[in-house]
Design a binder for this molecule. Structure first.
Ligand SMILES: NC(=O)c1ccc[n+]([C@@H]2O[C@H](COP(=O)([O-])OP(=O)(O)OC[C@H]3O[C@@H](n4cnc5c(N)ncnc54)[C@H](OP(=O)(O)O)[C@@H]3O)[C@@H](O)[C@H]2O)c1
Length: 312
C-alpha cells in the first residue's frame, strides 16, 4: 500500500510517497480503497507544523483528509457499512491518511456516497461543505430572502458558501480577484467586487451575513458591511483578530466540526446539483506531490486539486 507521508514537520519537500501497512480494522472502523481524495489548505498547515499542539510529534504522519472510495473491510460492531459500499468522508487532522490507496476511518466520519455524485466530486465535499453548512445554517441561521456577502467567493469554502446560501434562498454577493470576476458572476452572484480594491464603506449596512472565508476582513470592515442584527462568520482569523472576535457579539468563529448528519445533508444538496466544487486539476497519486507543492506555493487555487487512484 502507498500513501503520502512525512517524517518531520516542514515544507513541501518533506512529502514522500511511501509504502505502509494497515492494521486490521478495530470496532467501529472501516478500511476504504480510496478512489479520490481532495486537497485542503489544512493538509499543508498540519504538515508545516502549524497545528502541532494538536497533532503531536509521532512520525511518520500521513497526509490528507477528504476522500471517497469503496469499503474493503469492516471492523467488529460496524453496522452502517458493508464491503463494497461506495462512501465519502474525512479523516481527523490528528490522523490524516487520505492521500493513499487505502485508509482506515472511523465510521463516524463516513457516509454512503449518493449515486448521483462521482467519486471525484464526492471527495471534494466534506471539509468545505461542512464548513459552509456550519456557518450559514448552524451559526447564522440563514433565512430565505436574506443577503449574504462571501469574501473569497471562488475558494473551496467560498464556492460552497455561495451555492449553499443561494440554495437556501439568499441573495448573494461576494469578492474575488479582479481577473476572476466573470467566474463569480457565472455562479450567480448579485454583486462581485475585487478584494484588492475592497472598501467596506461602499457596501455599508447591506448584509445579514458576511462569510469571511479568507480571514482578511478587519473586525471593523466586517461590522461595516452588516445590517443591524447581522453576523460575520470567520473561519480563518489571524491571531491578532482572535480576541476581538471572541469579544464581539456580531462575529462568530466557524469550525468544520464533522458529523455524519451534517455531511449527509451536504451530500444530499450536492446530489441535486445545487452544490458543486470546481475541480481544477486531477492527478494520480504517483503525481500528487508535485501538484500539491505547486498549489501550496502558488496559493491561487483554480478549483480543487483531486488525487485519484485509478485501480478498480
Ligand atoms: N475553521 C475551519 O474549520 C476551516 C474549515 C475550512 C477551511 N478553513 C480555512 O479557511 C481558509 C480558506 O479555505 P479554502 O479551502 O476556501 O481555501 P482556498 O480554496 O485556498 O480559497 C481561499 C480563497 O481566498 C481568496 N483570497 C485570498 N486572499 C484574499 C483576500 N485578501 N481577500 C479575499 N479573498 C482572498 C483566494 O482568492 P485568490 O486565489 O484569487 O487569491 C481563494 O479564492 C483556509 O485558511 C483554510 O485553512 C478553516
Amino acid at each position: 500500500m502507498k500513501r503520502i507521508q512525512y517524517h518531520r514537520y516542514g515544507g513541501p519537500e518533506e512529502m514522500r510517497l511511501e509504502d505502509f501497512e494497515l492494521d486490521r480494522p478495530m470496532a467501529g472502523q472501516i478500511v476504504v480503497r480510496v478512489k479520490a481524495a481532495a486537497a485542503n489548505p489544512v493538509d499543508w498547515k498540519i504538515r508545516n507544523g502549524a497545528l502541532k499542539f494538536m497533532t503531536g510529534r509521532r512520525f511518520p504522519r500521513a497526509m490528507g483528509s477528504d476522500f471517497s472510495g469503496v469499503v474493503e473491510a469492516v471492523g467488529p460492531s460496524v453496522t452502517r457499512f458493508n464491503v463494497g459500499d461506495d462512501v465519502l468522508g474525512t479523516l481527523p487532522a490528528k490522523a490524516g491518511g487520505a492521500f493513499a490507496d487505502r485508509l482506515m476511518a472511523d465510521e463516524k466520519v463516513v457516509i454512503l456516497k449518493p449515486a448521483a455524485l462521482s467519486f471525484e466530486q464526492a471527495a471534494t465535499l466534506p471539509i468545505v461543505g461542512v464548513t459552509a453548512w456550519r456557518g450559514l445554517v448552524d451559526k447564522a441561521r440563514l433565512q430565505r430572502g436574506q443577503s449574504v456577502f462571501v469574501h473569497g467567493c471562488l475558494g473551496g469554502v467560498g464556492r460552497m458558501a455561495t451555492q449553499l446560501a443561494k440554495s437556501l434562498g439568499a441573495d448573494v454577493s461576494g469578492s474575488c480577484r479582479a481577473t476572476a470576476m466573470d467566474d463569480a458572476r457565472v455562479m450567480g452572484l448579485n454583486r462581485v467586487v475585487d478584494y484588492r480594491q475592497f472598501s467596506a464603506e461602499t457596501l455599508q449596512g447591506q448584509f445579514d451575513v458576511v462569510f469571511d472565508t479568507a480571514g482578511t476582513l478587519s473586525l471593523r470592515d466586517g461590522r461595516t458591511l452588516l445590517k443591524p442584527g447581522g453576523v460575520v462568520l470567520d473561519i480563518s482569523p489571524s491571531p491578532g483578530k482572535l480576541l476581538g472576535l471572541f469579544l464581539s457579539r456580531q462575529h462568530k468563529l466557524v469550525v468544520a466540526k464533522i458529523s455524519t448528519e451534517v455531511l449527509t445533508k451536504v451530500a444530499e444538496v450536492a446530489a441535486t446539483g445545487r452544490l458543486r466544487s470546481e475541480i481544477g486539476k486531477t492527478v494520480p497519486l504517483a503525481m500528487a506531490i508535485p501538484a500539491l507543492t505547486a498549489l501550496e506555493k502558488q496559493g491561487t487555487p483554480q478549483g480543487k486539486l483531486v488525487i485519484t487512484w485509478g485501480q478498480s
